[in-house]
Design a protein around this ligand. Structure first.
Ligand SMILES: [Fe+2]
Length: 637
C-alpha cells in the first residue's frame, strides 16, 4: 500500500486549489457538497445506499500495523468470461463485523491517475489523504458472509512461544465473487470500518486480468420492423474493429461499432447553488468497451435460425438458436411484458442498486423461452438500474442473455435511463445518475426516429404496439404527441385488430400518477380505440376496468372458466395494467382501492400474453410460485 507524506499532500492540495481558482472565476466557483448533501439530494430518486457514497468519503490506510494481513484470490490463470472466484483474507488478529472486501475495476483506480476526480473530492472539503479508489467498487461483501469468520474457526498460529504455545493466532475468511468479463483489470481491496467509515487494510498484489477482454459478449436481439424478416443483434466487446454475425445458411453481416465516453454523460445535478457531479461522469464511470450491432436480413417470420458473432481475431460466441417473431398482420403472437426489472448479484454481494426480484423473474421467463412459449419480449422501462454506475450494465446484459439472445427483446425508456436536470428530460429528477439515456440507446437500439427520440411502433402477429417515452415531452403539439396521434390513427385494424399502448410511467395507479399525463394523452387512447395500456414505474401489478377519465365505462364479465373478460366488440375504453413487478422491491397497496382498480397484486413476476385475431389473453405469472395470480381476456368478434 502506498503511503504518502502529509506535507506532500498539503502541497498538492494547495496546487490543485490554485489550478481550480484559475480555472473558475471566483464568482462562478461553487464548492461541492458534502456526503450528507449528496445523500439527501439523491434519496428517493436512486435509492442511494451507504455503499454508493463510499468514495465521497475520506478513505485512508487503517491504523493497523498487523504484519500478517493478506488478501489473495484463488484462480487458475487469467479470468474467463464468467466465473465465481474465491477471495481469501487471512492473518486477521481480531475479526470484526465491519470488515469487508471490495472488487475494484479498473485496477489502476488510484489517486495518482485521476487528478480530475481528486479535484472533485477536494471540493467537498475533504482534505484527508484520498483513497486508492477513484472509482466506485463494482461490488463488495462483508467478510461475515463467511459464517466461520467472526468465530475464527479458520485459524492459524503465527508465532509460537518458547514453551511451544501459540502466542499469536490469526483468523481467516473466504468469499465468493461472481465475475463477468468487464474487460478492465480487477483487484480486491480489504477494508475495515464498514461501509460508513471505511479504511483500507490491504489489497491484492497483482491485478487480475481477463484472458480475452475483446470477447464478443451479451448478444441480444431486437426487431427492426414489422416484417420480422430482419433482426438486429447487438453485442459488447473490448475491440473496436468491426466483427461479424454469421447466421442462417452461410449468411453474414459486418457490425457497426459504437461506444460512448464519460464526456457523453450528463455533467451535474444542481439544486440552487449546490452542484453534485453525476456518478456517470465521475466515480460511477466504467469504460463500456465497444458496442457492436448488425442486422440479420433475409429471414422468415416465425422461424428458427442459428447465429454466432465475433471474429477470427477476437473469437466467436457459441452457436445460438433464435426465433423470429410473427410478421405483423399474421394470426397469433405470444409475448411477455414487464417493467422495472434491473438485476441482482448472483453472489449475494452488495452493489449500488439491487432489484431483488429480478433473478426469479429472469429464471421464470427463461423457462418460458426455452419451452417455446415466447415470440417476443417487451421490457417497458427501468431496464438495468445502472443509474450512473456503468459496470452494472455489463452485469445486467449478462443476466438477460439467456432470454434476449433467443427472442426479440424490445424496450421502452424509463426514468432511470433518462432523467436528469437540464438535460431535456420531461421530468428533471436525477434518476438516471447522469446517464441521460446514452448507454440505454447504445445497448438497446430500437426502431426510433432519431437519437433521444425513443418512441416507436411495431407490429407482431395480430398486435400493433405503440411504444412511447413518458420521459420526453408528451404535451399537446410536442413532436412525440403528434407522432403517437398519427401512429395510432394509421393502424389498420383489419390487419392488427389489437392496439396496445405502452410506456413507462402510468396513468392509473392506486399509489398515484401524473394527472397532466393522464389529461393530455388519455383522449388519444379513447379516440383511437386502444384496447390495452401497459405501464410500469410503480412496483406492483394492478388492473383496471375499461377506464376513461377515472371512471369505469365498462367492467369485465366472467367467462365459463371464471376469467375476467372485457368485450371490445362494442368498444368502450382501454383496459390499463401496471406491470412494474419484475424486480424492484415491491410496493404495497393502500388499504382502500379506487373503484376503477379491479386487481392488485404485490408479488414478483411477469405478464404472459397470447393474442389471436379475436382474443387477447393476459396472465400475471408469479415468478416465485409459478402460479397464474391473475388472468384476463379482451375479446373482439
Ligand atoms: Fe420508473
Amino acid at each position: 500500500m502506498e503511503q504518502r507524506a502529509t506535507t506532500h499532500h498539503v502541497h498538492k492540495l494547495s496546487f490543485i486549489l490554485l489550478i481550480l481558482s484559475l480555472a473558475f472565476p471566483s464568482s462562478s466557483f461553487e464548492l461541492r457538497p458534502s456526503v450528507a448533501d449528496s445523500t439527501f439530494l439523491h434519496s428517493n430518486d436512486t435509492a442511494i445506499s451507504d455503499f454508493r457514497v463510499l468514495n465521497r468519503r475520506a478513505l485512508f490506510q487503517c491504523p493497523d500495523l498487523n504484519p500478517y494481513l493478506q488478501i489473495n484470490v484463488t484462480t487458475q490463470g487469467d479470468l474467463s468470461d464468467e466465473q465465481f472466484i474465491t477471495v481469501n483474507v487471512s492473518g486477521v488478529l481480531v475479526p470484526s463485523d465491519g470488515d469487508w472486501v471490495a472488487m475494484v475495476s479498473p485496477s489502476f483506480s488510484n489517486v495518482t491517475t485521476c487528478l480530475g476526480s481528486e479535484a472533485y473530492y477536494l471540493q467537498t472539503g475533504d482534505t484527508s489523504i484520498l483513497p486508492l479508489l477513484c472509482h466506485y467498487p463494482v461490488k463488495a461483501k462483508y467478510v461475515t458472509s463467511d459464517p466461520s469468520y467472526l468465530s475464527c474457526k479458520n485459524q492459524k498460529c503465527q508465532k509460537y512461544g518458547n514453551n511451544g504455545d501459540c502466542e499469536v493466532r490469526t483468523c481467516a475468511g473466504s468469499l465468493s465473487f461472481h465475475v463477468v468479463n468487464i474487460r478492465t483489470n480487477i483487484e480486491f481491496v480489504f477494508f475495515a470500518g464498514g461501509f460508513s467509515t471505511p479504511c483500507i487494510l490491504t489489497k491484492t498484489d497483482v491485478p487480475l486480468k481477463f484472458s480475452n477482454p475483446n470477447s464478443p459478449l451479451h448478444g441480444h436481439l431486437s426487431s427492426i420492423d414489422s416484417t420480422a424478416t430482419s433482426m438486429r443483434l447487438t453485442w459488447v466487446s473490448g475491440d473496436k474493429e468491426p466483427q461479424q454475425v454469421q447466421y442462417g445458411d452461410g449468411k453474414s453481416q459486418t457490425s457497426e461499432v459504437t461506444t460512448f465516453s464519460a464526456a457523453d454523460m450528463c455533467s451535474e445535478f444542481r439544486l440552487g447553488s449546490i452542484v453534485v457531479p453525476s456518478p456517470a461522469k465521475d466515480f460511477g464511470w466504467h469504460d463500456p468497451g465497444y458496442i457492436h450491432t448488425a442486422v440479420m436480413s433475409g429471414l422468415q417470420p416465425s422461424s428458427t435460425f442459428n447465429y454466432k458473432y465475433g471474429s477470427d481475431a477476437v473469437g466467436w460466441s457459441a452457436e445460438i438458436q433464435f426465433r423470429t417473431p410473427p410478421a405483423g398482420g399474421s394470426d397469433e403472437l405470444k409475448f411477455i411484458v414487464f417493467g422495472d426489472m434491473g438485476k441482482a448479484p448472483l453472489d449475494s454481494s452488495a452493489e449500488h442498486y439491487i432489484q431483488p426480484g429480478s433473478i426469479s423473474v429472469i429464471k421464470g421467463m427463461t423457462e418460458e423461452v426455452e419451452n417455446g412459449n415466447v415470440d417476443s419480449i417487451f421490457h417497458i422501462g427501468d431496464i438495468s438500474y445502472a443509474t450512473g454506475f456503468l459496470v452494472e450494465w455489463d452485469y445486467f446484459l449478462n443476466l438477460i442473455t439467456p432470454l434476449a439472445s433467443k427472442v426479440s427483446y424490445m424496450t421502452a425508456i424509463g426514468n432511470h435511463e433518462r432523467d436528469y436536470s437540464d438535460s431535456g428530460s420531461w421530468y428533471t429528477g436525477p434518476d438516471s445518475g447522469g446517464e441521460c439515456g446514452v448507454p440505454y440507446e447504445t445497448y438497446f437500439p430500437m426502431p426510433t426516429p432519431a437519437k433521444d427520440k425513443p418512441w416507436y411502433s411495431i407490429e407482431q402477429g395480430s398486435v400493433h404496439f405503440t411504444v412511447i417515452s413518458t420521459e420526453h415531452d408528451w404535451t399537446e403539439k410536442s413532436e412525440q404527441y403528434e407522432w403517437m396521434k398519427t401512429d395510432m390513427a394509421s393502424v389498420d385494424r383489419s390487419k392488427t385488430p389489437w392496439l396496445v399502448f405502452t410506456g413507462h410511467r402510468p396513468m392509473y395507479s392506486s399509489l398515484g400518477a401524473d394527472d397532466q399525463f393522464l389529461e393530455t394523452v388519455e383522449p388519444l387512447l379513447l379516440n383511437n380505440k386502444v384496447d390495452l395500456v401497459l405501464f410500469g414505474h410503480v412496483h406492483n401489478y394492478e388492473r383496471t376496468c375499461s377506464i376513461y377519465n377515472s371512471e369505469c365505462l365498462a367492467i369485465p364479465e366472467k367467462d365459463k372458466n371464471g376469467i375476467d373478460t372485457y368485450d371490445n366488440t362494442n368498444y368502450s375504453a382501454p383496459v390499463q395494467a401496471i406491470v412494474g413487478m419484475a424486480g424492484f422491491s415491491l410496493e404495497k397497496f393502500p388499504d382502500d382501492a379506487p373503484s376503477w382498480s379491479l386487481v392488485r397484486i404485490s408479488e414478483f413476476g411477469y405478464v404472459r400474453a397470447h393474442a389471436t385475431k379475436d382474443e387477447l389473453k393476459l396472465e400475471f405469472v408469479n415468478s416465485d410460485t409459478k402460479n397464474v395470480d391473475d388472468s384476463f381476456i379482451i375479446t373482439k368478434k
